[in-house]
Structure formats: structure tokens, C-alpha cells
Write a protein that binds this ligand. Structure first.
Ligand code: ZN
Ligand code: ZN
Length: 246
């Protein structure tokens, strides 16, 4: 099996450990044909990129593309779903700098409008801490995710179900309609085998992401592959894996 492209890698621009060049070198070492740098959107209170950082990242990546023509380099972002209306933390101007938009829900993102969006965070945290409130958290997360997919051009929904419960069938249907790929994340356990089976009831497409936070993890896909095999996902539905030598 071979991973052809890894769109989900973090660098020191958010809370990854390596530089963009460190990740690129590892991508080349792993034999990737293409990869993206996709750091956390600026709305994340702890890990978000600084406002304006994407311009600098674009310049750095374009220069590295000239230095390393053997791999195709893309600038992405892992945007945050901010709240119930599905707004994301990337401006129109910044969207113009990007090749790919990945997006996911994270606990540490600042709600778009506090009074309206705070319940999403509140019920996810209550659910996490107490094991209760799952139904309410699931309803809010599903509403936020579906709105996000419908109202934005999102290429990849990262780790669905990892940071809060969602109605996976509803999310997969929305992703299919929007043309968004669902990520099979190698670092988090989601999509899980069970979630993959639910998603396969639709025609949604999948993509494996390493979610590397250190250069050595770029291009890793083995954990995701285990779940793909267990769930019986046909390889043609996964955008970036193909049969062949590593
Ligand atoms: Zn994430
Ligand atoms: Zn990530």
C-alpha cells in the first residue's frame, strides 16, 4: 500500500514541532507525491496561527516548491467550526491564499458569536467531563457541521466525531452533497470502523490524513488503514491510498 498525498500536517506556525521545510523533507523521504501544510486556523485560542501568518507561509512554501520540485506542495489550513451557523475562522482574503481548506471542530476555538455559539462548546465539555449531555451535544455538533459544509467550500472535514459526537449519517450525507471528503485520521481514532460503515451508506469520499504534529509522522497512514480494512472500505473511495510498494 502507498499513501500518495498527505493534506493534514502541522508545523511550528501552530503547535507542530517542525518547520515547513522539516515536514516537506519528511514527505519526500516517505515517497509522497504531494502534501499540504495545514496549521490550525486563527480562531483557536491555544494553537491558532497568528493573524497574517498565511501570507508568510505562502511565500515560504512557494520558495520551497522551487527547491523541491519532486513533490507537489499545497498550502492548506485546518479551519475551526466556530458555532451553530457553521461559520469558520478564515477570512475571504486568507481563503484566496489557500489551495485546500480542511476544517474540523476543536474545543479550544473561540465561538463566533458568544451567546449563540457558546452552547456548542459548553455541551461538548459537559459531555466530555461528565459522560452526560451526549444527546444535546450531538444535536448541536451536527447542526454546526452540516451548516459549515453547506455554507463554505470545505475540501476535507477533519476527524469527524473525534472532538464531540455527531449524527454521522447526517454529516456524511451533507458532505456527499457538498463534495467534501471525510478524513480518516491516523492520529485520532476517527472515523472509527463503525463510523466508516455508517458513512458507506452514502457515496461520500474519504481521505487519510496523518495529522502529523512532528515531522516524523508526516505520511503515516497505518492506523487509518487498519480501520479501512476492518470496515471494508473499497480503496477506490479513498482519495490518497493506492496499491503498490511503499
Ligand atoms: Zn484537528
Ligand atoms: Zn490537525
Amino acid at each position: 500500500m502507498k499513501m500518495t498525498m498527505d493534506l493534514h500536517t502541522h508545523t511550528t506556525y501552530s503547535h507542530g514541532l517542525g518547520s515547513i521545510e522539516d515536514n516537506v523533507k519528511e514527505g519526500i523521504r516517505k515517497g509522497l507525491e504531494a502534501m499540504a501544510i495545514s496549521d490550525h486556523g486563527p480562531g483557536h485560542l491555544g494553537f491558532g496561527i497568528k493573524p497574517g501568518a498565511l501570507k508568510q507561509m505562502r511565500r515560504e512554501l512557494d520558495a520551497l516548491q522551487e527547491k523541491y520540485p519532486q513533490i507537489k506542495l499545497y498550502l492548506g489550513i485546518e479551519a475551526n467550526i466556530l458555532g451553530r451557523d457553521g461559520a469558520i475562522d478564515v477570512s475571504e482574503e486568507d481563503l484566496g491564499l489557500l489551495d485546500y481548506v480542511l476544517c474540523g471542530y476543536h474545543f479550544g476555538s473561540k465561538p463566533g458569536k458568544w451567546t449563540r455559539d457558546l452552547p456548542v462548546h459548553l455541551f461538548n465539555l459537559l459531555n466530555r467531563w461528565t459522560g452526560g449531555f451526549e444527546k444535546k451535544a450531538r444535536a448541536l455538533n451536527t447542526e454546526a457541521t452540516v451548516n459549515c459544509l453547506m455554507n463554505n467550500r470545505i475540501d476535507v472535514l477533519t476527524h469527524p466525531g473525534a472532538k464531540g459526537p455527531v449524527d454521522m449519517l447526517e454529516v456524511a450525507r451533507a458532505a456527499e452533497k457538498a463534495g467534501t471528503m471525510l478524513e480518516i485520521n491516523n492520529s485520532h481514532g476517527h472515523l472509527s470502523e463503525e463510523e466508516l460503515k455508517i458513512c458507506m451508506l452514502t457515496k461520500v469520499r474519504f481521505i487519510v490524513g496523518s495529522d502529523a504534529h512532528k515531522p516524523g509522522d508526516v505520511g503515516r497512514y497505518k492506523e487509518a488503514l487498519k480501520r479501512i480494512v476492518q470496515a471494508g472500505v473499497p480503496l477506490e473511495r479513498v482519495a490518497n491510498l493506492k496499491e503498490g510498494m511503499e
